[in-house]
Design a protein around this ligand. Structure first.
Ligand SMILES: Cc1cc2nc3c(=O)[nH]c(=O)nc-3n(C[C@H](O)[C@H](O)[C@H](O)COP(=O)(O)O)c2cc1C
Length: 374
């Protein structure tokens, strides 16, 4: 399958004081398979532990909602808000650890891109701008997104407090860290994006203002969890689930974003490429790739994402120093044991979108049959 004696992605790497078995991470993937109240299930435990026993060095969970206000994005999305959430995540983390992988929880606030929230019927975002595109049927939505209410200072404070409480809960559940979801068009990315953020206050206008909320989230989590052993990562992207064309203005803006987050106390940056492969979104105007620039200006470990199941591209990316770790979405779904397969030179299964139809839930995923015994 590959020409490598040992694929560079299989080399162990020490990140933020932790020794990962290799440089392969499972990318966060929403599976809308929790109970209605957001409590994760035994089927989710089996789903996640298969990636760890399949050899992935790091497992990042699906986007998990953070509060009982506007954060939930889909019905059957897991939460990290209640004691029952914390209790049910614990065995999932334990099974990931038992498989030899580290476990990070992605914390998500959907903002204007919410299409299923048990707590609210309206949505909120930086400005009252109707989102582009249509709701996603694979997560149970249909039709246009509603126009969000513009968040006031109290709403912003509530959202920040939700992230902080969620991070504390994730630590209590045993996670090694959290990843703040500031990518793919959700709340924090709505603040960063020029056409969804029309604010005239300290959160709108310039790039330093538009990245301010994400930086504050990181700072406030860090203030509550100063322990350097608990990772606070941030996921960023140019493209969005509802806009694959959007790009940042250029490398000057990228520098501001990356340094703001590093200054706020982020431990790693995860640069995603929703709807496009890394190679299509990576080049910035000055010749650096977006991930190499993130590494250069911050000195932080960087995870690159987008089409890394092309193991030849994956090797080149690591060898040329564009990133420290690679995260895989579709490749991991098709091959929960991808690292073990690569180590043995075994062919990889090709991702089939039918796995996510008509819903992206575990009961559609071939071998991942819904298990109601949990
Ligand atoms: C079913 C599915 C669910 C996803 N859910 C999330 C999510 O919860 N959070 C997130 O940041 N990205 C999410 N993504 C995006 C992936 O993390 C990844 O960026 C994307 O699939 C591109 O990587 P790939 O080429 O390895 O698949 C999802 C992707 C898929 C296929």
């Amino acid at each position: 399958m590959t020409d490598f004696a040992v694929h560079p992605a299989l080399e162990p790497v020490t990140l933020i004081g932790a020794k990962l078995a290799n440089r392969l991470a499972v990318a966060p993937m929403t599976r809308v398979s929790a109970r209605e109240d957001g409590t994760p299930t035994g089927a989710m435990a089996r789903y996640y532990s298969a990636f760890a026993s399949g050899g992935f060095g790091l497992v990042i969970t699906e986007g998990t909602y953070t509060d009982t206000q506007y954060s939930q994005g889909y019905f059957f999305q897991p939460g990290i808000v209640t004691e029952s959430h914390v209790k049910a995540w614990r065995p999932i983390v334990e099974s990931i650890h038992a498989g030899g992988a580290y476990a990070v929880m992605q914390l998500m606030h959907a903002g204007a891109l919410s299409q299923g929230n048990r707590f609210r019927t309206d949505t909120a975002g930086p400005s009252a701008v109707p989102p582009k595109g249509q709701m996603m049927p694979e997560y149970g939505g249909s039709g246009p997104w509603p126009t969000p209410r513009a968040m006031n200072d109290d709403d912003i404070e509530t959202a920040i407090q939700g992230f902080v409480a969620a991070a504390l809960n994730a630590r209590r559940a045993g996670f090694d860290g959290v990843e703040v979801h500031a990518a793919n068009g959700y709340l924090l990315d709505q603040f960063l994006t020029n056409y969804t953020n029309l604010r005239c206050d300290a959160y709108g206008g310039s790039v330093p203002n538009r990245i301010r909320l994400t930086s504050q989230v990181v700072q406030r989590i860090r203030a509550e969890i100063p322990d350097e052993g608990f990772w606070i990562g941030v996921r960023l992207s140019q493209t969005k689930v509802n806009d694959f064309q959007y790009r940042w203005a250029g490398s000057d803006d990228a520098r501001v974003v990356f340094t703001s987050l590093a200054d706020a106390g982020a431990d790693y940056l995860h640069v995603a490429s929703e709807g496009r492969d890394w190679i299509e979104t990576a080049r910035l105007d000055d010749g650096d790739t977006i991930t190499a620039l993130a590494k250069k200006v911050t000195g932080l470990p960087v995870i690159a994402n987008g089409g890394m199941h092309d193991m030849t591209q994956a090797a080149r990316l690591l060898e040329e120093g564009h990133a420290d770790v690679l995260s895989l979405g579709r490749g991991a779904l098709a091959n929960p044991d991808l690292p073990n397969r690569v180590a043995c030179g075994q062919e990889l299964e090709i991702f089939d979108h039918a796995m996510l139809q008509p819903r992206a839930s575990l009961d559609n995923a071939g071998t991942w049959r819904r298990d109601t015994s949990a």
